[in-house]
Design a protein around this ligand. Sequence first.
Ligand SMILES: [Zn+2]
Length: 327
Amino acid sequence: MAKPTRFALLSAFVAILTVFGLVTPATATRGKALDPRPSNAELTRELLALERISRGAVEVSAIGKSNQGRPVWSARVGNGPLRILYITQQHGNEPLGTPAALEFLRQTGVGKSSYNRWLRSRVTVDIVVRANPDGHEQNWRYNYDPEADPEFGQAGRGYDINRYHDPAVAPEDNPATEAGLIQRHYAAFQPHIVVDYHMQGRYVDDEGREISASLMWPTHADVAPGDVALAKQISVVAQESMTADGANVSQYPGGDYQGIARNGYGLLGSGSVLIELSNMGAEHEQAQIRSALRSMDAIARSAADGSLGTIDPAKADAIPPRGAPLP
Ligand SMILES: [Zn+2]
């Protein structure tokens, strides 16, 4: 008999508690422009302000410091039994998951509606907001490590953090500082769900329509089938929520290396998903932030109400592949 996943054991419990139809989802805030690239100082100010105005419903703490001494922030909202970890901006020049995270924390943590309170009672959402503050400062992909001559990264610049989540490498031996911080944070939090937000270039689908986001579940061969299935269910929720808001979502053609967060945290027993927002230019940034926000809310909500576990994972296989790059 297959070993039940960490998520399956808990969601069976949650389903018993859930009264369907009692809650109404949050409506996404429309029209309010969000800063797509808050500076590191602004990010710190905003997180601490959220902690204050939410009266502690949003808990902010540093999981450690970057190579240049900047705090790497975790912001946690809710105290429910289902644990969800979102990660944004491992790659410093892929910013838009970060403002989506701030808005998710604001809506979920400051909101006083019955939906907000219900969600907070069902899930604990922890967000590593801007995993790579030094890379943001440099506006580059890597962390900041001029001494580095890395297997993954760029000599004289730094490591590609999203290649250093290999479960076989202990955090204290991890050459990519910020990846080691996330490994430690993961081990302490033991999330059922991990979603890692990135950005990609511009692509079209087979009909020539632009793809606004791509996603993928673990593709490493040793990830337990139950955990792959959960990641596919999460992918379907993300795809459907973003599509309802006008997005065009494809599969992401990612590799099977175990150092990629998507694979590494799948190997460790989470439902682990990568979401890549396309870099569609300044005029699309607000829509892209909102799209990421929709997915964050939908994943949390579907885990909270138990609907996530009822989704047919095979629906993820029907998400179309990513097409050609835009010229
Ligand atoms: Zn990336």
